[in-house]
Design a protein around this ligand. Structure first.
Ligand code: ADP
Length: 503
């Protein structure tokens, strides 16, 4: 059997569903008001499963962005003076509203991102949890009193919000990438200008509506929408404006480097969560059935479009055949289709650019002699953006799939002999976000955890993201950490106060 192609259509789920109706906003949110672009331009948002227009939002430019920065700047003057408890209570209220509207948010997310509804619901749980977490953390941004070397002095250390922050987010987690940043920023006492991805602005506006209902003061949280063509100018403005204290970006390495360069002359605070190239290593001692389950979850979530997705499966020779066979059989059982259909676990790719990238990489591998164990082609009769979950073996270093992040439902499997060899392969990349390995050998577990050059390690686990743990990478995968108690540090600065001449 080759994949379950899921055709049943639940049409127009968004438009007909009251749960999501009041969350479906077609205006941006600036200074506490739903706003059109000054130039009145708009752009359409498409459902990647069927190409239909889901909504239309303002195509803002730098003049709108300037207004949002001004509003955030003015709001900061009072927001920074609020007590931790006041901020905590507002964040909690926002969280409660996000929870109450979880279904509606998930429906909007599936309609604009294509991710299966069950995954969208999972992201809403995950995304909401950041607001809950930071509502709690807001009250624990503690200072310190450090013993002074001089008897008549006191050394006090306190943390303060850095100011207005620009948050630029991607389409692959349209909700959680916003709440992970905005939750921490608001808890710290910063105000925000959020620029969501052009593919998925509706989820951003939906959660913004709930922040509005929660009662955040005007200008504290602003969402500006724009199409791809205006993103560079708005990005540049956020990086260079003297009224913006810092940038937090999740997205491609290319854009991350550009933003970093633009911020450098202004010595801005920069947080970057960029691309990964995660190795997923299966050692001889691994529990293969658990490794297969972990591999499926890590690789095919969101159709392989997550930066922590396993990108290279490296399997030790004694268990290679068993892993490849079991993994391939499981992949063949996957159900592909429009994410609103029950049972679908692989949806479409987000857009044509992403689809073409995946298509080209697999064709390149085929041409250079790789073996396609399963998949390896588009599913045109489902829609333009559907690609079969694919397993590729006999991969060589000259192939694109070996060197680059696929960001699609394509698993590349490579055989290795020794631990030393596999660590060289795993670390031979400029990226260092996540890495995974399966082993039952306790010494190997600690050895390999230490030697993998990544910011996050999954040991006998394929899904490791949680609000309590610090998310982030090393090398070209980024700067800073999000979530956890470390996440607040990105939005605060430390002030040392020396109180002298005490009697
Ligand atoms: P992807 O290629 O996966 O879409 P990007 O890094 O291009 O990832 O996009 C992530 C976010 O960055 C989106 O919100 C997008 O609009 C924004 N973006 C794209 N180019 C720029 C840029 N030059 N400056 C600022 N933001 C940008």
């Amino acid at each position: 059997m080759m994949y379950a192609i899921n055709r049943c259509r639940v049409t127009n789920v968004i438009m007909s569903n009251v749960r999501s109706m009041h969350l479906l906003k077609e205006k941006a949110f600036v200074n506490g008001k739903w706003s059109a672009a000054e130039n009145q331009q708009t752009f359409d948002v498409y459902n990647p499963a069927n190409g239909k227009v889901v909504g239309s939002v303002p195509d803002m430019d730098v003049s709108d962005a300037n207004l949002a920065i001004k509003a955030a700047s003015e709001a900061f003057e009072t927001w920074k003076l609020t007590t931790a408890k006041e901020r905590s209570k507002l964040l909690r209220k926002w969280f409660d509203l996000l929870e109450a509207n979880a279904e509606g948010i998930a429906e909007i997310m599936t309609a604009e991102s294509g991710k299966p509804l069950t995954e969208a619901k999972g992201e809403v749980v995950y995304g909401n949890a950041f607001i809950e977490w930071f509502s709690e953390e807001a009250r624990r941004i503690n200072g310190e009193i450090i013993p002074s070397p001089v008897a008549t002095r006191k050394i006090l250390v306190e943390k303060f919000p850095i100011g207005v922050v620009g948050l630029i987010t991607p389409w692959n987690f349209p909700h959680a990438m916003i709440t992970r940043k905005a939750g921490a920023a608001l808890a710290a006492g910063c105000t925000c200008v959020i620029k969501p991805a052009e593919d998925t602005p509706l989820t951003a506006l939906a959660i913004c509506q709930l922040a509005h209902e929660a009662g955040f003061p005007e200008g504290v949280l602003n969402v500006i929408t724009c199409d791809r063509k205006n993103a560079p100018d708005i990005g540049k403005l956020l990086c260079t404006s003297p009224n913006v204290a810092g940038i937090s970006f999740t997205g491609s390495t290319y854009v991350g480097k550009l933003l970093n360069q633009q911020c450098a002359p202004h010595i801005k605070r920069v947080g970057l969560e960029l691309g990964g190239n995660a190795p997923f290593i299966i050692f001889d001692s691994a529990n293969i059935d658990k490794a297969v389950q972990g591999a499926l979850a890590s690789k095919f979530r969101n159709c392989g479009q997550t930066c922590v997705s396993a990108n290279r499966f490296l399997v030790q020779e004694n268990v290679y055949d068993e892993f490849v066979n079991k993994f391939t059989e499981e992949i063949k059982k996957m159900s592909i289709g429009d994410g609103v259909n029950p049972g679908v676990n692989v949806g479409p790719l987000i857009n044509e650019m992403q689809f073409n990238k995946v298509y080209t990489m697999v064709e390149d591998a085929k041409k250079l002699g790789a073996t396609i164990k399963t998949g390896g082609q588009p599913i045109e009769n489902l829609g333009k953006l559907f690609y079969t979950p694919t397993v590729i073996t006999n991969v060589s270093a000259s192939m694109q799939v070996y060197n680059e992040e696929v960001f699609g439902p394509v698993a590349t499997i490579i055989k290795f002999q020794s631990e030393e060899e596999v660590l060289k392969v795993a670390n031979n990349t400029e990226r260092g976000l996540a890495g995974y390995f399966y082993s039952q050998d306790i010494s190997q577990i600690f050895r390999v955890s230490k030697l993998l050059e990544v910011g996050m390690v999954g040991i006998n686990e394929g899904l490791i993201s949680t609000v309590e743990a610090p998310f982030g990478g090393i090398k070209e995968s980024g700067i800073g950490r999000e979530g956890s108690h470390y996440g607040i540090d990105e939005y605060t600065y430390i002030k040392y106060m020396c109180v002298g001449n005490l009697g």
